[in-house]
Design a protein around this ligand. Sequence first.
Ligand code: ZN
Length: 136
Amino acid sequence: MSLDESELPRTEDEWRVRLSPEEYRVLREHGTERPWTGEYVDTKTPGMYHCRACGARLYPSDTKFDSHCGWPSFDDALPGAVKEIEDRSLGMVRTEIRCARCDSHLGHVFRGEGFTPKDTRHCVNSVSIRLEPNET
Ligand SMILES: [Zn+2]
């Protein structure tokens, strides 16, 4: 499922009917799913992770790694697929990541933790993404 630019919802009401309540809360209201509850926390299946809101390709499964933080973690996104926004909520300065195509919330990005050679952790809500497994 990938929406053409012209098919993207324009209002929050249009998003609300398209998404489940939990998807809407995370993707459109910048919510966070509880750690260890998301369906992709431990997933190792090869494939491509797409934006659950618009279907844009975001993360190849080979960028996913075990961060033991309770959310799916990736050390890189496809070029231009994800945009970064400074987030000063909750008294912290973090970097929010959103789908560059539909502006839906994915999670936050952290750097300098040393998990992988790229030294980057995209901490993404499972409910923000959908895995399309490779054809076998
Ligand atoms: Zn999207």
